[in-house]
Design a protein. Structure first.
Length: 74
């Protein structure tokens, strides 16, 4: 049980997971587009992976698949 990763991410881990900077993360929380939890009433925020996934899915632009380039062509 102790070896299981925690579902909670701190700010640094959340930024790495979502591939965004801290300002964007905090702005999304302030605008209530991203869920976060406060630790012991302090200003420190923690996030769950599923909250980040939901936020990224909701804000992601339409995914366009580009044609694959033939590796044999010069």
């Amino acid at each position: 049980m102790a070896d299981e990763p925690t579902p909670w991410l701190d700010r640094r881990q959340a930024c790495e997971y979502a591939h965004v900077g801290p300002k964007l993360l905090y702005r999304a929380v302030a605008e209530k587009r991203l869920r976060a939890a406060h630790v012991d009433g302090r200003r420190k925020l923690i996030f769950r992976r599923e909250w980040l996934d939901a936020w990224l899915t909701a804000t992601a632009p339409t995914i366009i698949e580009l044609p694959r380039r033939d590796r044999g062509a010069a």
